[in-house]
Design a protein around this ligand. Structure first.
Ligand SMILES: NC(=O)c1ccc[n+]([C@@H]2O[C@H](COP(=O)([O-])OP(=O)(O)OC[C@H]3O[C@@H](n4cnc5c(N)ncnc54)[C@H](OP(=O)(O)O)[C@@H]3O)[C@@H](O)[C@H]2O)c1
Length: 299
């Protein structure tokens, strides 16, 4: 029985993986900010073969992380974790020019600094024991950048290089580091990402942002279920030889192959066309209603 802490387990990818690992007989410590969602999860896991404990945790709060370290020590009699799954995150959308520094910092605080702080907090016991795993949930957006998702993608690119460095730094101490790179997965992620978009009145990007609802529909029609990410997280957590990278679903790895061989100008032209970033489209008149409100109403 492995002890596995998952951040962002109140919903989506983290929640699905938490239940599956508990079903497989492991001791899961499911964390997130929403206490009520954690309590519901604990109830749902009550009859499973393993054990699932819940701990309220905000990865952007030093004191919350310190409290989680104490809670884990208490739950494991000082043993700590076998596996840390850094999954908590959200997607900040919007044109680079219009996302404020405060909003960018908030995005990095959760997706990057939160992951770093969690890793620093739980790695020492693994290293001292000479055994352990860190599984970082990145994104295919950590290997390819999409327009209007540049800030989010930047956090996931950061996660790639942090994971690559960490993997070699801790391998001599017996700790493995893997990256799970989901494509579109049907969770709360997309709705939450859409809620982050806002455009100022008179924004030159308004026509593109106003069409973001089409993007939401496209995302939903292409999305896989969270079982594909759970398979990857379970393998990275438990397999004798965990892989360095898991693209989930696996067939999306083909995209990286094509992106590597196609000319960047061609890829850019496709990206602009798909996201409506054409001169003709940008010249369109739109209402000045912030798109987040329009989308919230439509949902
Ligand atoms: N779904 C996708 O299409 C997709 C694609 C690529 C990558 N990903 C990545 O997969 C991971 C999980 O996303 P998801 O799809 O499962 O989205 P989700 O359904 O929105 O779940 C996100 C989870 O992160 C938690 N979270 C957010 N901020 C947090 C914070 N400050 N501290 C602690 N927990 C926090 C949320 O819990 P609380 O709000 O309760 O704290 C929630 O449990 C993210 O890192 C995301 O970037 C998702």
């Amino acid at each position: 029985m492995k002890t596995i802490l998952i951040t962002g387990a109140t919903a989506g990818i983290g929640r699905h993986a938490a239940l599956d690992l508990a079903r497989k007989g492991h001791h899961v410590i499911a964390t997130g900010r929403r206490k009520a969602a954690l309590d519901t999860l604990a109830k749902e896991a009550g009859s499973l073969a393993g054990r699932l404990d819940v701990v309220v945790l905000d990865v952007t709060s030093e004191s919350s992380i310190a409290a989680a370290v104490s809670a884990v020590d208490a739950l494991t009699d000082g043993y700590g974790l076998d596996v840390l799954v850094n999954n908590a995150g959200y997607g900040q959308m919007g044109p680079i020019e219009e996302v404020s520094d405060a909003v960018v910092r908030r995005q990095f605080d959760t997706n990057v600094f939160g992951l770093l702080a969690m890793t620093r907090a739980f790695l020492p016991k693994m290293r001292e024991r000479g055994r352990g795993r860190v599984v970082n949930v990145g994104s295919i957006g950590g290997r390819v950048t999409f327009p209007l998702m540049g800030i989010y993608n930047a956090t996931k690119y950061a996660l790639e290089s942090i994971s690559d460095a960490l993997r070699n730094e801790v391998k001599p101490f017996g700790v493995d580091v893997s990256i799970v790179e989901p494509g579109p997965i049907a969770t709360e992620f997309n709705d939450r990402a859409m809620e982050t978009i806002d455009v100022v009145d008179g924004s030159p990007y308004a026509p593109v942002v106003a069409a973001a609802d089409d993007f939401r529909k496209q995302f939903e029609s292409n999305a896989s279920g969270p079982e594909v990410t759970t398979r990857a997280i379970v393998h990275a957590s438990l397999a004798r030889r965990p892989r360095v990278r898991y693209v989930a679903p696996g067939y999306l790895a083909l995209m990286f192959f094509f992106l590597a061989i196609l000319p960047t100008r061609l890829v850019d032209a496709v990206m602009r066309r798909v996201s409506g970033l054409t001169a003709k489209n940008l010249a369109r008149e739109t209402s000045s209603t912030p798109v987040s409100r329009k989308i919230a109403k439509a949902a």
